[in-house]
Write a protein that binds this ligand. Structure first.
Ligand SMILES: Nc1ncnc2c1ncn2[C@@H]1O[C@H](COP(=O)(O)OP(=O)(O)OP(=O)(O)O)[C@@H](O)[C@H]1O
Length: 477
């Protein structure tokens, strides 16, 4: 086995800490990139004995490093579970990747976001990775288990193993095709894009360049009979051409894949015209052609896995259910929204007496709801002003529950338990919707006010859901 291949594979099997370093400029030659990574790795290990996942490493005070580095993050850990969450940098392998975030108009003059259109309809969005546009997607997702990290690990290994020199791809049925399915708004599309972004960083050694191609599956269905298959064929022909550069990782994302991979059996039974059937056939042929290119990964999403053609499902290597968030995940979604409102000063943690006095002086409103919020907020108990700078983490709140039953954390946790079944999309909307609907602008809104507004928004959403449920029961009856 060539030494390089050996070291790559051994690396994948050892407990590994993944460190991502955003640099101001990537060196032009591969040798310089390798030297930079080795230097940064040494710098990292020398200064940090133990680190935690999610930790941002402070570069302040190191002039030489500051000149090169924008951000250092301890991104992930691959290996046996460590309940403490701290890792000794000497006892694990460090996989340090450097990357430059690509903005919409990059300095190399190439637009990093482009639309592939046909007759004005965008058929695909092409994005150079890693992209500024996707920089927050990974961290915005909240799941109970380490689902995103697990998927990322599978895919990294999938690509790593397939690049083993001398390995005959024909011996395996391995398409590098992943399907995320589950209820609407559970984060499937966001996770696909976030995975593509992470893969472009994680696989930076093997692929100096990476591109995301998001296919607009709805635009693939033509109003002209027989055209859909041709549109799919032409789009995949372009992907095939782009993938000829083996140094470029190509991540293809297809949302609502059932649109073009619908069951052919169903469409024949339903007496549909042969266009859907041809579209599915064309897609299957195109995927079979891409199978031999180890630099292509295809990520798909669907809300209707039952409507997908069996031959397509048979080609999928990883089928992953993405469920609606659990109460613990809901707590963390609300927490991140409220903390963002605090961070941006739309909501404050400071005492409300100031607000109340201001309002009295201006003599603004006699609205009873507003008066109630002010009165409640300025009373010391049980709505005491939160001294913590932000809403506590989920594990902190579990401890807090024991002695502070009316704390911000407690109230948010109580709400989270009532919201089980809500989609991630709805959950991310409620805190800001509540603020818009149930608080007044032009003055400081406290965290307590924001949580009260969130409660009101949740109540409204539950009423709508209940009414919808009753309506469905009536129709079913
Ligand atoms: N588990 C989650 N954690 C945090 N945010 C979430 C989660 N799930 C969904 N969201 C948020 O909801 C919004 C919609 O997510 P997304 O479009 O990825 O869902 P989807 O499953 O692809 O939906 P659809 O099936 O309707 O296309 C995004 O803003 C996303 O950040």
């Amino acid at each position: 086995m060539p030494p390089q291949a050996m070291s790559e594979n051994t690396m994948l099997l050892k407990p590994t800490l993944h460190v991502e370093v955003a640099v101001k400029r990537q060196p032009s030659s591969l040798l310089e990139v390798k030297t930079l990574r080795a230097d940064l790795k040494q710098w990292f290990v020398d200064r940090h004995v133990t680190v935690k996942i999610g930790q941002d490493i402070i570069v302040d005070g190191d002039e030489q490093c500051l000149a090169i580095v924008d951000h250092v993050g301890v991104a992930d850990y691959t290996g046996p579970l460590n309940l403490l969450g701290y890792y000794g940098t000497e006892s694990v392998q460090i996989d340090l990747q450097t990357y430059v975030l690509r903005s919409e108009t990059d300095t190399d003059g190439r637009r990093s976001i482009a639309q592939e259109t046909d007759g004005g309809v965008p058929q695909a969005r092409v994005l150079a990775l890693p992209s500024v546009a996707l920089k927050d997607e990974w961290d915005s997702l909240v799941f109970d288990d380490l689902l995103p990290s697990r998927l990322l690990r599978y895919m990294t290994r999938m690509v790593g193993m397939m690049r083993q020199p001398g390995l005959s791809l024909a011996a395996f049925n391995w398409n590098r095709l992943c399907l995320l399915h589950g209820p609407p708004g559970s984060g499937k599309s966001t996770l696909c894009r976030a995975l593509a972004q992470k893969l472009s960083i994680r696989l930076g050694d093997a692929f100096p360049r990476a591109t995301l191609i998001e296919i607009n599956t709805n635009a693939m269905l033509s109003k002209y009979f027989g055209e859909s298959g041709k549109l799919i064929g032409a789009t995949f022909e372009r992907i095939y051409a782009a993938a000829q550069d083996q140094g470029t990782l190509i991540c293809v994302v297809m949302d609502e894949v059932e649109t073009i991979a619908g069951s052919r059996e169903r469409s024949t039974e339903g007496g549909e015209c042969g266009d859907g059937l041809r579209a599915t056939n064309q897609l299957l042929t195109a995927l079979d052609r891409l199978r031999h290119l180890s630099n292509v990964i295809v990520l798909c999403t669907s809300n209707l896995i039952g409507a997908i053609d069996q031959a397509f499902l048979d080609r999928v290597d990883i089928k992953q259910l993405i469920p609606s968030p659990s109460p613990a995940a809901i707590y963390n979604i609300f927490r991140s929204c409220l903390n963002e409102l605090l961070r941006s000063s739309l909501v404050s943690t400071t005492t409300v007496q100031v607000t109340a006095r201001k309002t009295v002086t201006r003599g603004v409103s006699k609205d009873p709801r507003r008066t109630k919020i002010q009165a409640v907020s300025s009373s010391p108990e049980p709505w005491a002003v939160i001294s913590a700078p932000e809403v506590p983490t989920f594990s902190e709140v579990q401890i807090e529950l024991m002695d502070k039953p009316q704390s911000a954390g407690y109230r948010v946790w109580a709400l989270a338990q009532r919201c089980e079944g809500f989609s991630g999309r709805t959950l991310r909307r409620l805190p800001i919707l509540g603020l818009a609907m149930y608080t007044w602008g032009g003055e400081s809104v406290t965290l307590d006010n924001a949580i009260s507004a969130l409660e009101a928004a949740v109540n409204q959403e539950l009423t709508v859901a209940k009414a919808k449920g009753a309506d469905t029961d009536m129709h079913d009856g």
